[in-house]
Every structure is written in C-alpha cells, then in structure tokens.
Write a protein that binds this ligand. Structure first.
Ligand code: SAM
Length: 278
C-alpha cells in the first residue's frame, strides 16, 4: 500500500492503521510523545505515545457523550470540573452547555493544550471562553484539595499508563466523590468492553461502592480499540436513565440526542454479563 501509514498497536495482537497525508507536529513533552497528523480518512488526529486520542472526524461522539450525558442528567450543572481532556473537546461541550457557569479543566501536560490550540482549533474552540478556567497540573492532586464543590466531574483520561494510572483507581474516585456536592455526578471514560474487561468491571464496582447510582453506557468510536466504548457514571442523586427528554435543553449535536441518551444505557448481554448483571 502506497503512502505514509500510521499504525497503533491497540493491543499486542490488534492494530489500526490510517493513511496520513503529513505529520503536522511532533514533539517529546515532559510527559509523553505528542504528534498531530493529517489523515485521509478522519482528518487531523492527535496521538500521545503512539496512541490515538482523538480525530477531527470522530471526536464528536466521545466528547458529546462524556459531557452531555452527565450535564443533562443533573438539573443544574453550574460547576463542572474536567480532568485531563487536553485536546479541549470536552471543554468545548461544557462551555457551550446553557446551564454551566464555571468550567475548570485540569490537564497535566500544557503542551497538549498548546498543540490543540494551534493544530486542532475545531476541537479546542472552547479554550477562549470566559466560562473556562484552565489549570495545568495534576488532576489527582487538584481533586484532593476540593470538597463539596462541583456538580459534575468529567474524567477525560487517556489509557491507564504513566500519570493517568491513578485516574482509574477507587481512591481517586473517592476523592472525586468528596469534591462533588451532595447531588453531584461523575463520569469517566472506561475503555473497551472487548479488550479491557477487567478495567470495565473494576471501574463499575468501584463506583458502585461509592455512589448510590452507578451506570455504564456505550458509544461507537471508530478509532478506539474495538469501536465500542464504555463510560462509567457515578451519581449521588439523579439517575441518568430516568431523565425526561423534555428537560434536556436544545443544543446542536451530531451524536448525542435525548433518544441516544436513553439508548446508550441499553447494554448488550455480553456487557451485562461482564458487569455481573443477569
Ligand atoms: N479522549 C482521549 C482518549 O480516551 O484517548 C483522552 C484525551 S485527553 C488528550 C487525555 C489527557 O489526560 C492527556 O492530554 C493527558 O496529558 C492528560 N492526563 C493524563 N494524566 C493526567 C493527570 N493525572 N491529571 C491531569 N491530566 C492528565
């Protein structure tokens, strides 16, 4: 096959390849190897340590689903915290939501934010919004200092390697629980139900042990391993499945809708089995 090909080994036995027109940016940051490539199939793409984080062609699925599900489950999501999310896609969704007032994003690697601003303005379009408070620092340390403050916390983490390992632990979820108000909600991206079964189950069980309501939901994301992706939500009061469609504020979207909100919580039998449900 002719051309420049980018290949990610998604597992030791499975790879995804995209043909690239060119490499727009490449650097080693203090935390990771960052690259922005222009692909033929999905437009510009951000990778960290050779792992696809997002592409302009499919980012809307992930960013709408990780943010709008919790934001539309909470009746008044004024204060939002995003941990990670350096590309800015989650911040963009949170700042454009009509019910948010204050969105804080804590990203450990300032170079990811700078690269998104320069090369991925479609995704990072929320960075200049006055609602956004951007902090370059460790999200794990940040939540330890916040108590009873946020309505919604979005954990937009990469795979659990390096500084992100701690974002997948029960201890971290407990700190997020404490940083939430008495009716707060958290959501985390929790990887593939095909290739990360142990992680999916553990995240669900950890959230179940901390929150009265814990739910897993799904979205289809072409560039993530297996295409089918899980998010795990912990809620102190509001059940995302009980949301009435007429309470959802109108917002132009490409994947999320009131119907998709409901549908995302319908799990195939193999995922229910993985979660220990009948
Ligand atoms: N959507 C993506 C995915 O699932 O592959 C995640 C995107 S976003 C680029 C993830 C960000 O989390 C990265 O920019 C990384 O630098 C950041 N990150 C990793 N560990 C962190 C930590 N402890 N605190 C804050 N940000 C962290």
């Amino acid at each position: 096959m002719k051309g420049l090909w980018f290949t990610e080994l998604q597992t030791p036995e499975l790879a995804i390849s995209l043909r690239a027109r060119r490499v727009l940016h490449h650097q080693r940051t203090p935390y990771q190897e960052l690259a922005v490539l222009e692909t033929e199939a999905l437009g510009k793409m951000l990778t960290l340590d050779g792992v696809i984080q997002t592409t302009v062609g499919d980012e809307f699925v992930y960013h709408e689903m990780i943010t709008l599900v919790p934001l539309n489950t909470h009746p008044n999501p004024e204060r939002v915290l995003i941990i990670g999310g350096g590309d800015g896609g989650s911040a963009r969704e949170c700042v454009r939501h009509p019910r948010t007032r204050e969105v804080t994003m804590v990203e450990i690697d300032g170079a990811v934010v700078e690269a998104a601003k320069e090369f991925l303005p479609e995704i990072g379009s929320g960075f200049d919004c006055p609602k956004l408070n951007l902090i370059i620092g460790d999200g794990i340390k940040y939540v330890q200092e916040k108590r009873d403050y946020y309505d919604v916390v979005v954990v937009d983490a990469p795979d659990p390697v390096g500084p992100a390992v701690g974002l997948f632990t029960r201890e971290f979820y407990a700190q997020v629980h404490a940083a939430l108000r008495e009716d707060g909600i958290m959501v985390a991206q929790t990887e593939s139900p095909f290739f990360n079964k142990d992680l999916v189950l553990k995240a669900y069980q950890d959230m179940q042990s901390l929150f009265p309501i814990a739910r897993v939901y799904l979205a289809t994301i072409p560039t993530y391993p297996g295409g089918l992706w899980t998010f795990t939500l912990g809620s102190k009061r509001y059940d995302p499945v009980a949301v009435q469609p007429e309470t959802i504020p109108p917002l132009e979207t490409k994947y999320y809708s009131p119907q998709m909100h409901q549908a995302a919580f319908v799990l195939p039998p193999f995922v229910n089995k993985l979660l220990g449900k009948a």
